[in-house]
Design a protein around this ligand. Structure first.
Ligand SMILES: NC(=O)c1ccc[n+]([C@@H]2O[C@H](COP(=O)([O-])OP(=O)(O)OC[C@H]3O[C@@H](n4cnc5c(N)ncnc54)[C@H](OP(=O)(O)O)[C@@H]3O)[C@@H](O)[C@H]2O)c1
Length: 287
């Protein structure tokens, strides 16, 4: 059975939909913290069970009969808790149940030296996978295009994208990444260890996004540089927690250092088509 975790999240929902276009529903099991959210999926024949990365027993039950499992990375870091302990529990259970391969949603910037805190967690998780003795694939996702919209929602609304110096980012959409993840989970192609960066076909910074938004909306959207201290003060004023502030500051530093900039053709090759462009993402978001 193919198990998808995080199936009530944004990426996981799309992975399950893509998977159901490739394999019959009875071969798919999902593991979620709240199965009540997925009664419609259960009605379509998908096995829905409760599973929490903080509770190994729940994962043992939710992953019963697993052949391949997609471990969607925990977002615990942003709430100030430790995602690595959760990932360790999940990897241990996958091994115990004899999974033939574990897939993990990593990031293109995964590195122990990254300035972006989640990228250091991804590198640590990849190291755990390498030491686990399991066959593993780290899906090195490009930076989510939806994060560009989320982080700059206010900026697009006000016509001013405000932040410290950034850098080019090879944005990728949840839809494209989920489709690629599903194809690999279904066995279309095998990557041992980390995949190449799974990115869109262009690398754009905030000034580029402002330019595209101006063209699309016929309204001037500008890019305004501020210092890191002003960013931190602004985040503080809007009530952001310390872990979230550190992730956002780390994003700017890592982007400026070029950590998210590499464009790679692997995602397009897996999909058999061009990945979505930020122009399309912005068109939808700003409509
Ligand atoms: N590549 C990038 O640029 C990028 C950007 C942002 C995030 N990410 C990472 O990618 C992951 C997926 O992104 P997304 O957009 O789909 O985020 P999302 O909608 O917040 O989904 C995260 C999923 O993880 C599940 N989860 C969290 N803690 C869990 C636990 N203790 N046990 C079991 N499941 C747990 C959540 O379950 P519930 O549905 O029960 O809450 C949710 O389904 C994120 O968690 C984050 O690690 C990557």
């Amino acid at each position: 059975m193919l198990i998808v975790t995080g199936a009530s999240g944004k990426l996981g929902t799309l992975v399950v939909e893509a998977l159901l276009r490739l394999v019959p529903a009875e071969k798919v099991g999902v593991s979620v913290r709240d199965p009540e959210k997925l009664t419609a999926l259960a009605a379509r024949g998908v096995r829905v069970r409760q599973g929490d990365y903080t509770d190994a027993d729940s994962l043992r039950h939710a992953w019963e009969g697993v052949s391949r499992v997609l471990l969607v990375s925990s977002n615990a870091r942003t709430s100030g808790t430790d995602p690595l302990k959760q990932h360790e529990t999940a990897i241990t259970v996958a091994k115990e149940l004899g999974a033939e391969r574990i897939f993990y949603t990593s990031q293109a910037s995964s590195s122990a030296q990254s300035q972006f805190p989640p990228a250091r967690d991804h590198a640590a998780t990849e190291a755990m996978l390498a030491a686990s003795g399991l066959a593993w694939t780290a899906l090195r996702h490009g930076f989510y295009a939806e994060s560009a919209m989320g982080m700059n929602a206010q900026g697009f609304a006000s016509g001013k994208l405000v932040g410290p110096e950034d850098g080019k980012v090879a944005w990728a959409t949840h839809e494209d990444l989920a489709e690629a993840d599903a194809r690999l989970l279904a066995g279309q192609e095998v990557f041992e260890g980390a995949t190449p960066p799974l990115t869109g076909s262009e690398s754009l910074d905030l000034a580029d996004l402002a330019q595209i938004a101006s063209t699309l909306t016929n309204r001037m959207v500008t890019r305004e540089l501020i210092s890191e201290n002003t960013l931190l003060q602004n985040l503080e004023n809007s009530g952001m927690s310390a872990p979230v502030k550190s992730v956002i500051l780390g994003y700017y530093r890592a982007a400026q250092a070029g950590e998210f900039a590499v464009v790679d053709p692997t995602l397009a090759r897996i999909l058999g088509r061009d990945p979505s462009l930020m122009r399309d993402v912005l068109t939808r978001a700003l409509a």
